[in-house]
Design a protein around this ligand. Structure first.
Ligand code: GLN
Length: 490
């Protein structure tokens, strides 16, 4: 096995047995990034010296037997997670040179567990988008075919894992930004329950929707990362005071090769969505069959408010975004347009220059919808719809353990294909938005390929704080499905 092929699980084992060193592993990955990332564009920042310094320290710790869960394992971070002393740009001009004074909680936890931060990955500016084309700095390409998008907004992280530039990565998901790029890149993406992982040090987009989660080569690695990043945090009052189980225990139950006793709900509204690609349907039907063969009972369920999900999300998320992004005013952080007449002029010039078109669109929509006289008609109304969506899910989970759906209506589209048509782009989020609206966990797992050889994932969602069921069923599915090639040739 070559270095770049190592999963987190493999790397940990080999490092602890002294069969490889973190120095050699990190060097091999840096070489691979150097050689291939120009055409993929998954990273915004890679600080080689810092990577090697961390790797050397990890090797010393391993020699002293002073190790923790991820000692010496290179992990990539979406560049919206604050890293102390290292640029955190959110792929925006406005934060182009912003260097945080502190590590976000997940970053602290990764470092505290010995992980090596190999670099910061590209994204749609402030995580707004579904294709990673909205970055102010570069477009990320899909490693399976560089004419196609990797999905978004965590497209850099998903591409970096698929291209095997790192053992695993973190992304963030406000409406699908972990699951959808994972699906388009053929890797595993897990959005935890809202509140499972602290958002402290995550630059906020939609605060009531955002969650940080793993993007990995397989389901087991997702559990290993989730173990490290989960937990209540006094720095984030929305992080939940719930126990964090050892998520790898989910796999013990699968030893018998069966998922008997589990019920999967299939929402009837999802497959009648307009424009669903027959190849996505095919992958989905095959997934149903695999689960059935594993002893899972498949049951039709109903999520009656599915038709309203996109409209409600695209009110709530921009409203929260417009409020969150007000802080980037040229005074407190990053860019300031100096040639201004007065303070209002400075705000205007800074924001016009600092924010890209999609971010400006969201701020305008959000500010409009929140303005006096419109609040009840838009945000208030969308919040009521959100409650109905939550109730749909609570009802559905009375009769099933997890809900099985496609991740996106179609495989990855071509770079440039949807960029001038925001509405079409928004509609591609139809299957992923609900999990964020309801605060429930969701996972995307590779389920097959299109005729063009692009990956297609399947999604599972479970009740709040029941990541265990997703991991268990996901692991069962992953070990049963015959996928052929798992990673692209670069
Ligand atoms: N595509 C969705 C949006 O643009 C979701 C993005 C995300 O999950 N960060 O808002």
């Amino acid at each position: 096995m070559e270095y770049h092929e190592l999963t987190i699980d493999n790397a940990v084992k080999l490092l602890l047995k002294h069969e490889i060193s973190s120095f050699d592993l990190a060097s091999a990955l840096l070489d691979r990034i150097e050689k291939h990332d120009e055409k993929i564009g998954s990273f915004i920042t890679v600080d080689k010296d810092l990577v090697m310094e961390q790797a050397k320290k990890a090797d010393k710790d391993i020699a002293k037997k002073n190790t923790s869960a991820l000692t010496g394992v290179p992990i990539a971070l979406k560049d919206i997670l604050c890293t102390r002393g290292m640029k955190t740009t959110c792929a925006s001009r406005i934060l182009e040179n912003f260097i945080p004074q502190y590590d976000g909680t997940v970053v602290k936890k990764l470092k505290g567990n010995g992980a090596i931060i190999i670099g910061k990955t590209n994204l749609d500016e402030f995580a707004m988008g579904s294709s990673t084309e909205n970055s102010a700095f570069k477009i990320t390409a899909n490693p399976w075919n560089t004419l196609y998008v990797p999905g978004g907004s965590s497209g850099g992280s998903a591409a970096a894992v698929a291209a095997q530039f790192c053992c695993g990565a973190l992304g963030t998901d406000t409406g699908g930004s972990i699951r959808q790029p994972a699906s388009h890149c053929g890797v595993v993406g897990l959005k935890p329950t809202y509140g499972r992982v602290s958002r402290f040090g995550l630059v906020s987009y939609g605060s009531s929707l955002d969650q940080i989660g793993p993007i990995t080569k397989n389901v087991k690695d997702a559990a290993l990362l989730l173990n490290v990043i989960s937990g209540n945090d006094k720095m984030d009052s929305t992080s939940a005071k719930v126990d964090v189980p050892d998520f790898t225990k989910a796999f013990d139950k699968f030893e018998k090769g069966s998922l008997k006793g589990m019920t999967a709900g299939v929402p009837k509204e999802y497959l009648s969505v307009d424009g669903i690609d027959p190849e996505v349907e095919k992958v989905f039907n095959n997934a149903k069959k695999i689960f059935k063969d594993l002893g899972v009972k498949i049951k039709e369920i109903s999520l009656p408010h599915t038709d309203y999900v996109v409209a409600a999300y695209y009110i709530i998320a921009p409203c929260e975004a417009s409020s969150n992004l007000a802080r980037f005013d040229g005074v407190k952080y990053g860019l300031r347009e100096k040639s201004s007449d007065d303070i209002i002029d400075m705000y205007k010039k800074t924001k016009s220059k600092g924010f890209g078109p999609e971010v400006q669109r969201r701020i305008l929509i959000g500010t409009y919808a929140l303005s006096a006289g419109y609040y009840d008609a838009y945000y208030g109304r969308a919040s009521k719809v959100r409650t109905l969506i939550m109730e749909d899910f609570s009802k559905a989970f009375e009769t099933c353990d997890f809900i099985l759906t496609p991740v996106a209506p179609a495989p990855a589209f071509k770079i440039g294909e949807n960029i001038d048509d925001p509405l079409t782009m928004y509609l591609t989020d139809i299957f992923t938005l609900s999990a964020n609206m309801a605060g429930i966990p969701g996972i995307s797992i590779p389920g097959g390929y299109s005729s063009k050889g692009l990956p297609i994932g399947i999604q599972m969602m479970a009740q709040r704080f029941d990541e265990m069921s997703l991991l268990r069923a996901g692991f069962g599915f992953e070990t049963t499905i015959q996928l052929g090639k798992k990673f692209p040739d670069l």
